[in-house]
Design a protein. Structure first.
Length: 42
């Protein structure tokens, strides 16, 4: 999906951006069920 939307740059940035989102979510939004699910193994 990142390749379709952002081309080569989107593919390169997709994983670091997703990881950053997971870390921020774990720190600030841990009470939400969705956030608990995506940050289980972090």
């Amino acid at each position: 999906m990142a390749g379709e939307v952002g081309g080569i740059l989107g593919m390169i940035l997709a994983i670091p951006v997703y990881t950053l989102f997971r870390i921020i979510a774990k720190e600030f939004f841990i009470k939400w069920k969705f956030i608990k699910k995506i940050t289980e193994n972090l």
